[in-house]
Design a protein around this ligand. Sequence first.
Ligand code: ADP
Ligand code: MG
Length: 245
Amino acid sequence: MTLLSVQDLSKSFGGVAAARDVSFMLERGEMLAIIGPNGAGKSTVFNMVGGQLRPDHGAVLLDGQNITLASPQKRFRLGVGRTFQVAQTFLSMSVAENVQMALVSHNRKSTALWAPARMRYHEEALALLEQVGMAESADHPCSALAYGDVKRVELAIALAGRPKLLLMDEPTAGMATRERAALMDLTAEIADAKGIGVLFTEHDMDVVFGHAERVIVLVRGRIIATGSPEEIRQIEEVRRAYLGD
Ligand code: ADP
Ligand code: MG
């Protein structure tokens, strides 16, 4: 069963068609990038998959289940995860506490204050931090971390929801070049190991061509091409817009 199936999604804002009949599929463990100029509709498509926006028409299926009209909370429980920006993490709290809070909110149990449950959440948080290479910073406040490390913690927080599908809208924005590749290497490794499908947008074409298995090119709300990084690189419009040819 296909993990994510997006079928003919369209959305207009006033007279502006931000997405027009956008269709694509994403499999477990796959890294799929959506690229396109500013205003192409990338975030609009993301928000329709995440549930923040309701499409004018079209459908979103997760594991064959129609979730087009489901709330973001419902989708989250069904396995649609999302990385959020720094502001969303609680900077004064420790790294481990941030991840624990995500675990508690995902489990939605009133056992969170029960000591054995707290211990289990703490251990689970440490295991997730280990996976993103941040176990040694578990007790540090998030505010003391370098920007690239905050991004790793954000990834751990997203993983706390045990997503089947992970949405990452410009995950490497504001990061240095070397850190970008490292974050996406890590994401690819975890996606592969856990069978998580990753949908991401990205401005840095080195990241896109180095980490996506498949690339969708969106221009004025429409998909103009889908293919492997090698295939997408050959497209004239992509070369002109992104590769300085
Ligand atoms: P991208 O993420 O590719 O830069 P967006 O999805 O943010 O593109 O935007 C696509 C188009 O839709 C743009 O023309 C943008 O101005 C418009 N748009 C996006 N969100 C809204 C909104 N909430 N209200 C009005 N217009 C919007
Ligand atoms: Mg955007």
